[in-house]
Design a binder for this molecule. Structure first.
Ligand code: G16
Length: 471
């Protein structure tokens, strides 16, 4: 029997092994029962369904739709494959009860996933997923089963979510500035759901775009559909050759962004978050605070300090950022894994919005992003970050986490000044440098995050962390 657990973002599993039709039906029944326990279910019955480009996405969505309908709810399926932020916006725009999104985001092709969002479009918070998990465990103990229609044959009402979402982005992005700039843009669509969204919006404002991987391929070319330095390498090369002024990319479900500067350098999401805050506060004059997760760069804090903006720190997961965005004015919330959203938008990460915001910044200041960062660094100092993903055998994982969690006085030659346990273990070192360790909630990995004030310092810290992880 599979234990269905909601990790950092939804439930993820290997297709056919854990992520089966029966388990999707079971998880959906758990969600339907949760929805029935909410008073809002008196007013609306709608639940938005969507899926990414992975194997059997539509069929899994239809299986979920059938269970929802059997529970007296009204499933509405987004046409075609749909970005996560678009599903989030659709939930809000249609005042639905929530949404179920079949996506394993950046995980490799053998995975599928189910993300549940509440009526505000935000990823479900842990108190909600705990209730759903308890419902599922109870259903399992009662041997609950559902006799569904032949796979893929159930008929569900569909909607086109694009027009509403485009309308929302036209409110948030300065498309006039983009129109004037006529940028040459390389767009990495990563065989994912961003196709027809990011590229179309840019083309509509007269940008000259070159698309990468804009065909449907559930195998993602054998890679993780992640717009990190590796995932953006082809775009980097293209931009470096002078054929485009900026490279913009998305992950499989278009909630994460990847940005390549004019010289072909891939910018870290940490840098992009700092730039987004700078742009919205300085050029747009937005007011409010900034939210970042624990392992996100303190460069964000340094830029916030320059601009007199308050910083909030949360555990990893956009569900925590989203919750804060719903509770007060937040200019921008984001995280080092490549997610951000802004004031007035969905409390869910939106890669499409992030990419357009960076293009808008270039169009507004008529400078490269690297140039803007260099100017900021003159005032804040430099920030060098890295992330090491370590695959640790399950039998060694607990021992390693226990060792790190017991607190350490030293990391290599550096004295630990403060130990933070908001999520995993973060060790603050002298000179505003730090390292953090935590178990990923989406992949069987331990993540080690490092920040130093110089390239040489980063190298030294990386070595110290590698030694610690190997010992
Ligand atoms: C998900 C969450 C993010 C989180 C990321 C990494 O992203 O939505 O909030 O930062 O996982 O989490 P972890 O380090 O626990 O693997 P996505 O894009 O996969 O949905």
């Amino acid at each position: 029997m599979t234990t269905i657990k909601f990790g950092t973002s939804g439930w993820r599993g290997i297709i056919a092994q854990d992520f089966s039709f029966n388990n999707v039906r079971l998880a959906t029944q758990g969600i339907a029962e949760y929805l029935h326990s909410k008073p809002e279910t008196q007013d609306s019955k709608q639940v938005i369904l969507g899926h990414d480009t992975r194997f059997l996405g539509r069929e899994f969505s239809l299986a979920a739709a059938e269970v929802l309908a059997a529970n007296g709810l009204a499933p509405l399926l987004c046409q075609g494959n749909t970005p996560t932020p678009v599903i989030a916006h659709t939930i809000r725009a249609r005042k639905a009860l929530g949404g179920i999104n079949m996506t394993a985001s950046h995980n490799p092709a053998e995975y599928q996933g189910l993300k549940f969002s509440t009526s505000n479009g935000a990823p479900a918070t842990p108190d909600v997923t705990k209730q759903i998990e308890a419902n599922i465990a109870r259903l399992q103990s009662e041997n609950w089963s559902f006799k569904g229609a032949v796979i893929g044959t159930y008929e569900c009402k569909t909607i086109d979510p694009k027009p509403d979402y485009f309308k929302q982005l036209r409110k948030l992005i300065d498309f006039n500035a983009l129109k004037k700039a006529k940028l040459k843009v390389a767009v990495e669509l990563m065989w994912g759901t961003g196709r027809g969204y990011l590229d179309t919006l840019l083309e509509d404002v007269g940008a000259k775009i070159t698309r990468f991987h804009d065909e449907l391929n559930p195998l993602f070319g054998g890679h993780h559909p992640e717009p990190n330095a590796e995932g953006m390498a082809e775009v980097s090369k293209f931009v470096r050759s002078g054929k485009a002024q900026i490279g913009l990319g998305l992950d499989g479900d278009a909630d994460r962004f990847g940005i390549v500067d004019k010289d072909g350098t891939w910018l870290t999401p940490n840098q992009v978050l700092a730039l987004a805050l700078y742009h919205l506060k300085k050029n747009r004059r937005w007011t409010g605070a900034v939210v970042r997760t624990v392992p996100t760069s303190h460069q964000v804090d340094a830029v916030a300090h320059l601009l007199d903006v308050k910083v909030y720190e949360t555990p990893v997961g956009f569900k925590y950022i989203g919750a804060l965005m719903e509770s007060g004015p937040i200019i921008v919330g984001g995280e080092e894994s490549g997610g951000l959203s802004v004031k007035g938008h969905v409390p869910e990460k939106d890669g499409i919005l992030a990419c357009l915001l960076m293009a808008e910044l270039v169009a507004t200041e008529k400078k490269s992003l690297g140039r803007i960062l260099k100017d900021l660094e003159k005032q804040t100092g430099e920030f060098h970050t890295d992330r090491i993903n370590v695959s640790v055998p399950p039998e060694k994982k607990e021992a390693l986490l226990t060792k790190l969690g017991s607190g350490l006085d030293q990391i290599g030659p550096y004295k630990v000044e403060k130990f933070i346990t908001t999520d995993g273990f973060k060790f603050l070192l002298p000179n505003n440098e730090w390292v953090a360790f935590r178990a990923s909630g989406t992949e069987p990995l331990i993540r080690c995050y490092i920040e130093a004030k110089s390239a040489a310092g980063l190298k030294k810290l990386r070595e110290a962390c590698k030694k610690l992880l190997a010992s």
